[in-house]
Design a protein around this ligand. Structure first.
Ligand SMILES: Cc1ncc(COP(=O)(O)O)c(C=O)c1O
Length: 282
């Protein structure tokens, strides 16, 4: 069998990694400024991270969300403290796209609406709704095409106001990267994020802060959206959460109430995933 050839790879085999360095299979050392697409948050094979995962492996690696997993509560408390969003609620999943899927779905459950506002050059992931809200035709299969996503120019307050004036009551969510990653390093202005907050409040829409790439302390604040001084209703996270272990999550403002079975995942928040995430903060 061959691999399904979707990745244009660099001609290098990384066989060892420690801290900020990686080594190829010939022993050549490199300073890793890339971190595997913004994933390595505390350094490769950090000793605390390795130890915590090893300890957990000896006890239990996985069980599903049909039982209590106290590690998840520990994680939620730590995340509440470090992010400053203590009263938010945590839902754990496995990838950035899945986090955005859940955020968009939850927004729609919450207000019963269908329209999503996304922005030019946005990247929100490769799956169903996440890719529909991604501004790149090459990633969108015919089955992902939908009239429910409206793309507006990034940082254009007049265009946003105009859209809300016309169809504000139909808008379920506005999803925005605080700093665009895949689309180039484009920074959302504070006044644009404030405008999103105001318009969402006025019309009952949900403000979703895609913090998969720009969140988790990568900008100087825990979420880059925080620079605007207003809260989003849902923050999505992934990448650096588990320092390479696949972990993702969304945090949800208290006014959005959970219902059993509304969201779910087999692997999300399993013991090993939590054990990999907890040592990423001191
Ligand atoms: C802003 C943003 N959202 C979502 C995603 C999707 O994350 P994942 O590849 O973990 O599904 C990415 C990935 O690069 C991203 O940069």
């Amino acid at each position: 069998m061959n691999l399904f050839d979707v990745y244009p790879t660099n001609d290098i085999i990384i066989s060892k990694a420690k801290g900020s360095y990686v080594w190829d299979d010939k022993g050549e050392q490199y300073l890793d400024l890339y971190g595997g697409h913004a994933v390595i948050s505390i350094g490769h094979t950090h000793p605390h991270w390795v130890q915590r995962i090893e300890d957990q492996l000896e006890r239990i690696a996985f069980y599903s969300n049909s039982i209590k997993i106290p590690l998840q509560q520990q994680l939620a408390e730590k995340l509440g403290k470090i992010s400053g969003k203590k009263d938010y609620q945590l839902f754990l999943c496995n990838s950035g796209a899945e986090a955005n899927e859940n955020a968009l779905k939850l927004a729609s459950f919450h207000n019963g609406r269908k329209k999503i506002v996304a922005f030019s050059k946005a990247f929100h992931g490769r799956t169903s709704l996440a890719v529909s809200a991604t501004d790149n035709k090459n990633y969108i299969a015919p089955v992902n095409e939908t009239d429910n996503v409206i793309f507006l120019p990034y940082n254009d307050e007049a265009a946003l106001e105009d859209c809300f004036a016309k169809i504000g009551e139909e808008i379920s969510a506005v999803i925005i990267e605080g700093i665009q990653g895949v689309g180039g390093i484009n920074v959302a202005s504070n006044s644009f994020l404030k405008k999103i907050r105001t318009l969402c409040d006025e019309c009952g829409a949900v403000y979703i802060a895609d913090s998969v790439q720009c969140g988790y302390g990568r900008s100087g604040k825990f979420f880059s959206h925080d620079f605007a001084g207003v809260n989003a209703d849902i923050y999505t996270m992934a990448k650096g959460m588990g320092n390479g272990f696949p972990v993702a999550g969304i945090i949800i403002a208290p006014h959005i109430k959970p219902k059993h079975f509304q969201l779910g995942t087999t692997f999300g928040g399993n013991h090993l995933a939590c054990a990999a995430t907890l040592p990423c903060w001191k």
